[in-house]
Design a protein around this ligand. Structure first.
Ligand code: ATP
Length: 370
């Protein structure tokens, strides 16, 4: 799939902007703080329904305005989709697909699939488990919208259960009704995550082997909070989840928090048997993320039947020449958007088809198009 056009009105530092994109490679070049990432963020908003930089929709509205508007025209193998997002400082955002308003945000997912790679993604490897859960949640929701709904349901039940635990003042009460619901949706989340990680791990391993000329073996494992076996089915997982909840109940009541369940899941990344988080060099960590991102592209292609679009926000300068080359060479069939402050180090061969935009203080002009 590809984005043919984007239109922005009062979005961040753009008054009004319309851009036609190249079907292959689009490079946005400009100094810091000019508005390059804002364009990528707008594309992401139309794909996922939120920003990758903030949880507050209002921040995307131009500071001195009350509302903002983004529209993208998406071309898929078999049809075209127009996605519009209207942000308002006072009201919830409105999303339209082909002019029809959505009643559930989840229905947006799958209309425009996207893989984002930014320096922030190193957090997936380096930082705490919440970054890895965010990665799983974002990716699985895109390929399996029912995951998104199950996750929302699980989080609501979790909130309720936590509230009961928090308000507990020595009175007798029963958590069992919440346990049953938590376990039901939580078990599905675990099954979806386990399947997803199994598939992405294999793809990332093959890519990593290629990038490192066979020197490094990347392993990615699902580290589920509920101790289950690899081949356990729904009922077995559910029973183990319930058992673990029961065992932890005293501790939970003492801590007044739900300590058991997939909201505490994690993923483990290893290179040649050693955990990348603790033992990997900076370069190895970057390469592992690159392998993961390329694996995401292939996984989405396998699921959806066509490649998602790829946003590379400021990452080229983080990769050495060899990795840049590998990336560019492997993106031939993927519509790609690159932001960069300097164009020279990019290994874009002259022959390669692309469109080059300069971004300066909320204005964009096309420099070249091949
Ligand atoms: N809500 C807003 N209203 C107006 N301007 C905004 C708003 N949010 C951000 N900006 C402006 O947008 C600019 C930053 O844009 P962006 O993050 O796209 O920069 P960039 O070109 O990607 O820079 P860098 O190379 O540093 O990453 C800044 O000038 C900032 O003041």
């Amino acid at each position: 799939m590809l984005v043919e056009e984007v239109k922005l009105i009062q979005y961040r530092n753009y008054k009004e902007l319309e851009l036609q994109f190249h079907p292959k490679l689009n490079i946005l070049v400009g100094e810091n703080a000019q508005g390059k990432t804002n364009v990528l963020e707008a594309l992401y908003l139309c794909a996922i329904g939120k920003s990758f930089r903030t949880n507050k929709d209002q921040e995307m509205i131009n500071m001195v305005k009350e509302s903002a508007y983004v529209k993208v025209k998406v071309k898929k193998q078999t049809d075209k989709v127009d996605i519009e997002v209207l942000l308002n400082k006072e009201k919830n955002k409105k999303i339209k697909i082909n002019k029809l308003s959505l009643t559930k945000y989840g229905d947006l997912l799958g209309n425009l699939n996207i893989v984002l790679f930014s320096p922030e993604d190193l957090k997936i490897i380096k930082e705490g488990p919440s970054e890895r859960r965010k990665f799983m949640n974002n990716d699985i929701s895109q390929i399996l919208p029912k995951y998104y709904y199950t996750l929302n349901q699980y989080n609501k039940i979790l909130q309720q259960r936590n509230k009961i635990l928090k308000d507990f003042r020595g009175k007798k009460f029963d958590l069992e009704i919440w346990d049953e619901q938590l376990v039901n949706s939580g078990t599905w989340l675990m099954i979806y995550r386990r399947n997803f990680i199994k598939r992405i791990a294999l793809l990332a391993k093959l890519t990593h082997r290629k990038i490192t000329d066979g020197l490094e073996e990347l392993e990615i494992h699902y580290d589920s909070n509920i101790k289950v076996k690899d081949n356990d089915e729904f009922e077995e997982i559910k029973n183990k989840f319930l058992k673990q909840l029961k065992e932890n109940k005293d501790l939970e009541m003492m801590r007044r928090l739900t300590l058991t369940g997939p909201h505490r899941d994690d993923m483990i990344f290893k290179i040649n048997g050693l955990e990348v988080k603790n033992y990997g060099s900076q370069g190895q960590q970057r390469t592992a993320v690159l392998s993961l991102k390329l694996a995401e592209l292939e996984l989405m292609k396998g699921e959806v039947g066509e490649y998602p679009i790829l946003l590379l926000d400021d990452v080229m300068s983080e990769l050495d020449g060899k990795r840049q080359n590998y990336l560019i060479q492997n993106l031939k069939n993927v519509q790609t958007f690159i932001t960069t402050t300097i164009i020279e180090p990019l290994n874009i061969k002259n022959k390669q088809q692309h469109k080059l935009f300069t971004v300066c203080n909320g204005e964009v002009s096309t420099i070249s198009s091949k």
